[in-house]
Design a protein around this ligand. Structure first.
Ligand code: PPE
Length: 304
């Protein structure tokens, strides 16, 4: 169960956690059209810092744009509300969940006159795939469920309904004794995890899925930038599950999952079965940056 904080921002007002409720006929609850973000705020020696706030808020507005939802606030208002929500809850480190949803009004699929509501909640959230997962790596199963075709549910938007596919994949993977699922795209190439992007390393080259069948991950973007700065060659190129099986290293990236090494896929050990050299290098750089210990990437942190 998640730990409560004090207040949740709902349409411009701070509401006590236990009173942050909505009507059962809220449109999004029935039909899944809502957009959201997942952002992390880390504790640093100079106080809490939000990682890549601008990019997350840009993506929230892009998701809403794709699905023709008009957010009744400016980007600045949303950013200020996020910062205020962290301050009012007096929390040093947290996960931040802004949600834009279609409110109570008409039912049925044509809901253009319903209100667009916004909420922002924060709560403490540890390692998504476990501390042991971050340290030693996780076991992954290729899902029997396929990532949506880009023309059935567009993958650039971070949309509520998109996650029924992820939940089917995740449940299947856990039921089979694995830690996480990896989905293939409609053409059979590797796409992404239930809530993560994927990278592999082969012969010193870092490879990640191109953006056509995946969410445009902000952690993915950060890792590409770090790898470039470290002189590691990065290819955004499709690859198959057997290329993953014979990779030297593999890891997942995501706001919740951070940088999580993959040690096994479908019973095949990846590389040495331990987090590889490049994975460890990028992972430690990532944690150094988010925890405010690397001045070079200071512009990625919004200090509050
Ligand atoms: N792909 C998917 C499908 C996805 O949901 C996420 C984030 C990513 C890639 C990585 O994107 P980014 O966070 O920008 O690096 N998944 C969010 C939801 C997790 C949840 O269980 O809720 C997250 O990590 O916040």
């Amino acid at each position: 169960m998640l730990s409560k904080t004090k207040k949740i921002w709902m349409d411009g007002k701070f509401i006590d956690w236990d009173n942050a409720v909505i009507h059962v006929l809220t449109h999004t609850l029935h039909y899944g059209l809502g957009v959201f973000e997942g952002i992390r705020c880390y504790e640093t020696v100079q106080g809490p810092a939000i990682f890549r706030l601008d990019e997350h808020v840009d993506r929230l507005f892009n998701s809403a744009h794709i699905f023709m939802m008009k957010i009744p606030y400016t980007k600045k208002e949303i950013k200020d509300a996020i910062i205020e929500t962290i301050r009012i809850n007096k929390i040093k480190e947290c996960y931040i969940r802004p949600l834009v949803y279609i409110g109570f009004g008409a039912m049925g699929l044509y809901s253009v006159d319903n209100p667009i509501n916004v909420s922002i909640a924060v709560w403490p959230w540890g390692a998504y795939l476990g501390d042991k997962g971050i340290r030693d790596g996780i076991r992954v199963k290729i899902s029997s469920f396929i990532r949506y075709h880009v023309n059935s549910s567009m993958t650039r938007g971070k949309v509520c309904g998109y996650y029924i596919n992820s939940q089917l994949a995740k449940r299947e993977a856990i039921l089979c004794g694995y830690d996480e699922a990896l989905l293939l795209d409609t053409e059979g190439f590797v796409s992404e995890g239930s809530g993560e992007n994927i990278f592999i390393v082969r012969k010193g080259i870092l490879k990640t899925t191109p953006l056509t069948s995946i969410l445009e991950g902000i952690t993915r973007d950060s890792i590409i930038r770090l790898a470039n700065d470290e002189g590691i060659v990065v290819l955004e190129e499709r690859f198959t599950r057997d290329e993953l099986y014979i990779a030297d290293e593999a890891f997942f990236t995501g706001t919740a999952a951070e940088v999580t090494p993959i040690k096994e896929v479908d019973g095949r050990i990846i590389g040495s079965g331990k987090p590889g050299k490049i994975t460890k290098k990028l992972q430690s750089l990532f944690f150094e940056i988010v925890k405010g210990k690397n001045k070079k990437y200071e512009s990625w942190l919004k200090r509050i």
